[in-house]
Design a protein around this ligand. Structure first.
Ligand SMILES: [Zn+2]
Length: 75
């Protein structure tokens, strides 16, 4: 059996709050990104993952990055 892993990123615009998803990209914190809806520029603050949180339940556990970086929330 062959297995494929896809990284699907979900983006939420800081300006209009709409969101979209995109695979086959490699976003990094600090990268600028234009919203496809309002056209305004965003800057990626951090990338939250649920890889470890999924071992429990992502409904009751926060994303991995939030638990690791707790106390480092940036406005
Ligand atoms: Zn927007």
């Amino acid at each position: 059996m062959r297995v494929a892993l896809e990284f699907l990123y979900h983006f939420c615009c800081d300006h209009c709050q709409r969101w979209w998803s995109q695979a086959d990209v490699d976003p990094q914190p600090g990268d600028p990104l234009y919203c496809p809806y309002c056209g305004l520029q965003n800057r990626i603050e951090r990338i939250d993952t649920f890889r470890n949180a999924l071992r429990g339940s992502c409904l009751t556990r926060p994303p991995d990055a939030v638990s690791v970086e707790s106390g480092e929330q940036r406005a």
